[in-house]
Design a protein around this ligand. Structure first.
Ligand code: B4P
Length: 194
């Protein structure tokens, strides 16, 4: 199996680049943001609880997202690898993911970390908010709270994986195509040496 984490702050291009990487490498996409938004759309108890956090720009509690990822891994026994998008977002989630993958005799191969400035993130998310219908994209204070949550709780996830030499920083500003080429080059380099 080949397992990739696409990492970066909100609006850094994780969702955008995931679509292209999945098509190229045939990995199974696991986006906690998408999974949470489906729960919200279906008005499940989990979705109703998650919406309260997401509308304030806060992270959803670890046990909720870890449970979702655990079920998704179990439901895809024949995947040739996973692309984790927006997960893990805390050190506890990273530790839980390592344990879940170990049970399946596999591990994270690489963490691709998109580098984007805060002003560019705010600009992109406000722009997306004009058409996405996402309540967490329309208010600049909520967007800044999400970036703050990233700095307080999520950026440490890169430090966690750096200890194992798994992080590759990739410039996340430029055209979607340029960034895709840079991400693909990192994956290709690892697959050649694997
Ligand atoms: P997510 O759904 O993960 O969303 P995101 O971080 O906002 O966006 P993403 O990074 O995928 O967007 P993209 O840049 O592609 O999370 C939403 C919320 O769910 C979180 O705030 C949290 O509350 C909750 N949540 C999710 N996972 C969780 C977890 N594990 N633990 C706890 N809580 C969790 O796109 C942004 C915009 O930029 C788009 O409009 C796109 O078109 C544009 N764009 C992309 N690339 C561009 C480029 N190169 N140039 C210009 N624009 C670009």
């Amino acid at each position: 199996m080949f397992n990739v984490i696409l990492f970066g702050p909100p609006g850094s291009g994780k969702g955008t680049q995931s679509e292209r990487l999945l098509a190229k490498y045939g990995l199974k996409h696991l986006s906690t943001g998408d999974l949470l938004r489906s729960e919200i759309a279906a008005q499940t108890p989990l979705g109703i609880e998650a919406k309260n956090f997401m509308d304030k720009g806060q992270l959803v509690p670890d046990e909720v997202v870890i449970g979702m990822i655990s079920s998704a891994l179990d439901n895809n026994p024949s995947a040739k690898g996973f692309l984790f998008d927006g997960f893990p977002r805390t050190e506890a989630q990273a530790e839980a993911l390592d344990k879940l993958l170990k049970l399946k005799n596999t591990e994270i191969n690489v963490v691709l970390a998109l580098q984007v400035s805060e002003e560019e993130l705010v600009k992109r998310l406000l722009n997306r908010g004009k058409t996405s219908g996402r309540s967490d994209d329309t208010n600049e204070n909520v967007i800044r709270a999400r970036i703050q949550e990233y700095q307080n709780k999520t950026s440490v996830v890169a430090d966690y994986y750096s200890r194992f030499g798994k992080v590759k920083n990739v410039q996340g500003e430029g055209s979607v195509e340029e960034i895709f080429i840079a991400l693909s080059a990192e994956i290709n380099a690892l697959q050649v040496t694997a």
